[in-house]
Design a protein around this ligand. Structure first.
Ligand code: ZN
Length: 79
């Protein structure tokens, strides 16, 4: 069973939204759902970069979770 996340990020500089696919490596502390992903060091270690202005500062606005490429959960985040 493979788990992947699609993370949606809004650029703090140009306000553009972009998506980034994350596939956590299989490990004991692999995030198993969206809440765990949001609290994980794995997500904190990710570096998102805007494709338009290359700003590395972004806010996560939503996450989709995929299990074996099937969408299992969508979470919108409000800031
Ligand atoms: Zn940007």
């Amino acid at each position: 069973m493979s788990i992947a996340f699609k993370v949606y990020v809004r650029c703090a500089n140009c306000q553009k939204d972009y998506g980034c696919r994350l596939e956590p490596p299989e490990a004991e502390d692999t995030p198993a759902d969206i809440d765990e992903l949001l609290e994980s060091n794995f997500l904190r270690d990710q570096r998102f970069t805007c494709q338009d202005c290359e700003s590395p500062i972004g806010t996560v606005t939503g996450v989709k979770m995929l299990r074996d490429e099937q969408l299992v959960k969508t979470q919108e985040l409000c800031f």
